[in-house]
Design a protein around this ligand. Structure first.
Ligand code: GLN
Length: 488
């Protein structure tokens, strides 16, 4: 009952508990788990209890919607007025945003109660949450392993049942990969579906906000509240937002599911492949038709991404110069010294690596060879997807090539780390919506399956995921030592 956001909302309506009680419980869990998991950068107890009291008044008047009074966590990449927003970087370790991101404002207006801000990879660059200035996040399924990244704090917090919902962002897989490694559900919407206003930019043509939850139903409820046109984000799309919860139960009869051939080759752990293939049996039982499809340019997605994303990041991160806000070095000799040392001291190693790569591929002599070439390959990858969606409704594959790996295992080799994103990056390059959900375990660690849809196909993705979750209970498993539900 109280394992999901929808269940909690029903409990609040029926007065089985109040929002203040739920919020106190979430705050207590947050405090108690910090030492072991380090999922949060800030815990916002005072403002949370105040928001919960307001939510209780709304509920008492019979007002409020399906999210009102439910505790949640924002990834620390979203600006929150009056609350520290660090992006897990020393560069922003003293930055208090003067305004709310649109996503923050929308979920606040829906009555959600923010209890804290989630740890993440520095500026969302990473696949293991090990690049955070605030230290790594531990995977609740095995504390010696990573939770994935960059939204590792969001995924681990939901998996450990601190709150039923955390926001996250996905530039190359940062919602789906940590969701897979932590055994929770995560959706990255179509590029432009959710406003990026107030979401600190990494790679602007790829970044998109979404959510991590226990169930697809909860993701549908949250996405309905988050999505939509925003005049403050010129890349947000002016198209009506469907009620994603309304179509969750639609039958899957006749749904055409494409298995992406390129996702099942070398590099995929057999312990991951097994559970992912078993999903097909469940979908077939529900009436789906499965066939293989090929996306021939997809193997080029990792090198393409690691040209495009650093190029955009080198431009976006130029604004952090130690002058107007953020970290500033001590006793600069002159302006140049201030710029140089503030950036040298404020950014971590991975961020610097990306800025340097990006600056290089955009430089006059190399632009055509790297950046322009990558943009052309990006167009080929997008065309592959377009062709595939002429034949099938959804694509299916693994989310990550392996289960959660050990903390420290891949930090000395960036290329090995980058290869974690091999199955997730394609959807970002093409701007497509994609979802990851739990589909089994390998050696006691969660395995995730990925569904990719055509542009604005979120409703179908959530529908297929919901129907799958009605047939299975992988998504309801909680790691040992953590409660299964959320109620006090
Ligand atoms: N892991 C990828 C990277 O390091 C993706 C990160 C993301 O989606 N924010 O860039």
């Amino acid at each position: 009952m109280d394992v999901t956001l929808a269940g909690l909302a029903a409990g609040l309506k029926a007065r089985r508990f109040s929002s203040v009680e739920l919020t106190r419980e979430a705050l207590a869990r947050a405090e108690a788990s910090q030492g072991a998991l380090n999922t949060l950068i800030s815990i916002t107890a005072e403002s949370a209890l105040a928001a919960a009291a307001v939510a209780d008044q709304r509920l008492a008047r019979g007002e409020g919607g399906p999210l009102t009074g439910v505790p949640m966590i924002h990834k620390d990449i979203f600006c929150t007025a009056g609350v520290l927003t660090t992006c897990a970087s020393r560069m922003l370790s003293n930055f208090v945003a003067p305004y709310d991101a649109t996503v923050v404002a929308k979920l606040r207006a829906a009555g959600m109660v923010m209890v804290g801000k989630a740890n993440m990879d520095e500026f969302a660059m990473g696949s293991s949450n090990e690049t955070s200035y605030y230290g790594p996040v531990m995977n609740p399924w095995d504390l010696a392993r990573v939770p994935g990244g960059s939204s590792g704090g969001s995924a681990a917090a939901v998996a450990a049942r601190l709150a039923p919902l955390a926001t996250a962002t996905d530039t190359g897989g940062s919602i789906r990969q940590p969701a897979a490694l932590c055994g929770v559900t995560g959706i990255k919407p179509t590029y432009g579906r959710v406003s990026r206003y107030g979401m600190i930019a990494f790679a602007s043509s790829l970044d998109q906000a979404g959510v991590i939850t226990i169930t697809a139903e909860d993701a549908a409820l949250a996405l309905t509240a988050m999505a939509g046109f925003d005049p403050k984000d010129s890349t947000s799309v002016d198209a009506p937002v469907p009620d994603y919860a309304a179509t969750l139960a639609a039958p899957l009869a006749g749904l055409k599911v494409g298995i992406v051939k390129e996702f099942f080759g070398e590099g995929l752990a057999s312990e991951v492949e097994g559970p992912v293939r078993e999903v097909l049996a469940v979908l077939t039982k529900l009436g789906a038709q499965v066939r293989e499809v090929s996306l021939p340019s997809l193997p080029l997605s990792v090198p393409t991404y690691y040209v495009v994303a650093p190029a955009e990041c080198s431009s976006n991160l130029a604004r952090f110069d130690g002058v107007r806000y953020g970290y500033r070095c001590k006793d600069p000799k002159d302006l140049i010294d201030l710029y140089k040392r503030s950036r040298a001291e404020g950014f971590g190693a991975e961020v610097k690596r990306r800025i340097m790569t990006g600056t290089y591929v955009l430089s006059a002599g190399y632009y055509d060879a790297y950046y322009l070439k990558a943009q052309k390959v990006r167009a080929l990858i997008t065309a592959d997807f377009r062709r595939a969606f002429g034949e099938v409704d959804l694509l299916l594959g693994p989310t990550s090539p392996t289960v959660a790996f050990g903390i420290g295992d891949k930090t000395s080799d960036p290329i090995t780390m980058y290869l974690n994103d091999i199955y997730t990056i394609g959807a970002n390059l093409a701007g497509l919506p994609a979802l990851s959900m739990p589909c089994g375990f390998a050696g006691g660690l969660p395995v995730g399956v990925q569904l990719i849809g055509p542009h604005f196909g979120e409703a179908r993705l959530l529908n297929a995921a919901h129907r799958y979750q009605q047939e299975t209970d992988w998504h309801l498993k909680a790691p040992a030592g953590f409660k299964a539900g959320f109620a006090p």
